[in-house]
Design a protein around this ligand. Structure first.
Ligand SMILES: [Cu+2]
Length: 161
């Protein structure tokens, strides 16, 4: 009888140990995907979000579009975008000063990295490096653009699966 109790205790200890180690090991995956949205209350996204990748900036100064490399922004992977900036009437905007910001409005957090425009590719194209989205859902990516004495911002929406 004592021996049986001993086996049960040892089995329980080993099982609990395995579960704890597994949880710690899986936390980088479980945390962002499940726990974090739970803690943040995961509000429903507005139903009228504009997911277009080419838009006029907030004050109508610039026409801006983006492409990601890879084409579908990946989850949990640092990657690059190329941003194209034109005037409202379609002239490529050279030598713009651009800053990048973003986050998940439903979760109240920003981007996990500090992406930067690192290269002026010419012809109104700009290389954005260091973007990362660490969980699925609705993300905003904002650009503030200054060129030829004018500043305007634009916010793109995207959803990661
Ligand atoms: Cu989030």
């Amino acid at each position: 009888m004592k021996k049986q109790i001993g086996i049960v205790v040892i089995t329980t200890v080993i099982t609990v140990g395995i579960v704890v180690v597994a949880l710690i090991y899986l936390m980088p995956t479980l945390g962002p995907r499940y726990l974090h949205p739970l803690m943040m209350g995961d509000q429903p996204a507005p139903t009228d979000l504009d997911f277009s990748v080419e838009r006029l900036s907030d004050e109508g100064v610039f026409r801006v579009s983006w492409v990601s490399d890879p084409a579908a922004p990946p989850l949990n992977t640092i990657h690059t975008w190329s941003l194209h900036v034109e005037t409202a009437d379609g002239k490529a905007v050279e030598n713009a000063e651009i800053t990048v910001d973003g986050g998940m409005p439903q979760h109240g957090h920003g981007l996990p990295t500090s992406p930067q425009v690192t290269e002026n590719l010419g012809n109104g194209d700009y290389l954005v490096e260091g973007l990362k989205f660490q969980m699925p859902g609705w993300w905003e990516v904002r650009f503030s653009i200054t060129a030829e004495g004018q500043t305007d911002s634009i916010t793109f929406n995207l959803t990661l699966e």
